[in-house]
Design a protein around this ligand. Structure first.
Ligand SMILES: Nc1ncnc2c1ncn2[C@@H]1O[C@H](COP(=O)(O)OP(=O)(O)OP(=O)(O)O)[C@@H](O)[C@H]1O
Length: 319
């Protein structure tokens, strides 16, 4: 069952001063479509600035799309800041990397976890203490952590508190935006495994946003590869990892620690992605693509199906 569907959502931001009365815009997200199924994870991967966070915020209604549609549980997401939206937002929670910013440092862990129960008026006040204990246990913390403040916890423990708060309203969807990027590698694995355990227990759908394909590959059922605001490849995680089709995906996959069955050639990824304010003509990836031909410099390839449940935006693959 589809829990979240984005249909061709776009977001532009005005930039710089007006020139001859004309505003300039950069397109952060350009006609992005994706879906998250119940109990499954869709990973969104791409380099910094490709529009991952903006896509996640659009999914939650925190950012208004200029075009396209967000469907949550089959229904268009209500206008942000309305009563209907707040009711939906209980069921879709955001987890992001900066735990110190996410947690009020003047509150104890117990109060931080009770807060969403109070805000969303979940359960009876007298049951909140018990629910806080359950949530602590669910995320691998104990009752002894209740009295501590965020700065007394490790980064991994703080991310567990953030997860407990996100779980408090019983969401069906988590949008995780670089949830482990700020953590040590050993702790990353613990938090990612916790997330996957929680997903299994609660049937959560997860939109997992990360620049790190190594982690995205580990958690995802489907992978969406973004480049300069657009989806360049999308499909089942195993298919995308085992048989990356877009030259950009091939470069990302080839940089992974060697896979069983091996990807033979390292595909270099020269330079940085261009700024979305200065989009190259044609395929946005062509200036970095060793295989680029004339058509790539002149026309932008559409995202087209190449096999069931697989889409790629590359002239060299789909022509
Ligand atoms: N409020 C804003 N105003 C203007 N430009 C913005 C705004 N938010 C994002 N952008 C621009 O939109 C583009 C996409 O940003 P976004 O944060 O979605 O990318 P990202 O892939 O999540 O990158 P990162 O991992 O660095 O956060 C970037 O060029 C960014 O500078």
């Amino acid at each position: 069952m589809t829990l979240l569907r984005l249909n061709a959502v776009s977001r532009r931001y005005p930039i710089g001063a007006q020139v001859f009365g004309q505003k300039n815009f950069l397109t952060a997200v350009d006609a992005v479509s994706l879906e998250v199924r119940k109990g499954q994870t869709t990973g969104v991967v791409g380099e910094s600035g490709c529009g991952k966070s903006t896509t996640g915020r659009i999914a939650l209604g925190l950012e208004q799309a200029d075009g396209g549609q967000v469907l949550f549980e089959g229904i268009p997401l209500p206008q942000a800041d309305t009563k209907d939206w707040r009711a939906k937002r209980q069921r879709m929670q955001l987890v992001f990397q900066d735990t110190l910013a996410a947690l009020d440092r003047r509150m104890t862990v117990g109060d931080l976890i009770a807060e969403p129960l109070i805000i969303h008026r979940i359960g009876k006040a007298r049951d909140h203490a018990q629910r806080v204990l359950e949530l602590l246990e669910a995320v691998g913390l104990s009752r002894h952590h209740q009295a501590l403040y965020p700065h007394q916890l490790s980064g991994g423990q703080r991310q567990r508190v953030v997860l407990a708060r996100a779980l408090a309203p019983n969401p069906s969807l988590l949008v995780c935006d670089e949830p482990v990027s700020a953590l040590d590698v050993s702790v990353q694995a613990q938090i990612v495994n916790l997330l996957m355990d929680l997903q299994r227990e609660h049937g959560l759908g997860i939109l997992f946003i990360s620049h790190d394909l190594r982690i995205v590959r580990h958690v995802s059922d489907r992978i969406v590869v973004m480049y300069l605001g657009r989806v360049v490849e999308e499909g089942r995680a195993d298919a995308v990892i085992d048989r990356p089709a877009h030259p950009y995906t091939r470069a990302l996959v080839s940089a992974l620690p060697r896979l069983p069955g091996g990807f033979e050639h390292y595909v270099p990824l020269p330079g940085e992605p261009p700024s979305p304010a200065d989009r190259p003509q044609g395929c946005p990836f062509h200036p970095r693509c060793a295989l680029a031909k004339d058509i790539c410099r002149n026309s932008e390839p559409p995202l087209l199906p190449t096999e069931p449940e697989r889409q790629v935006a590359c002239h060299l693959v789909t022509d």
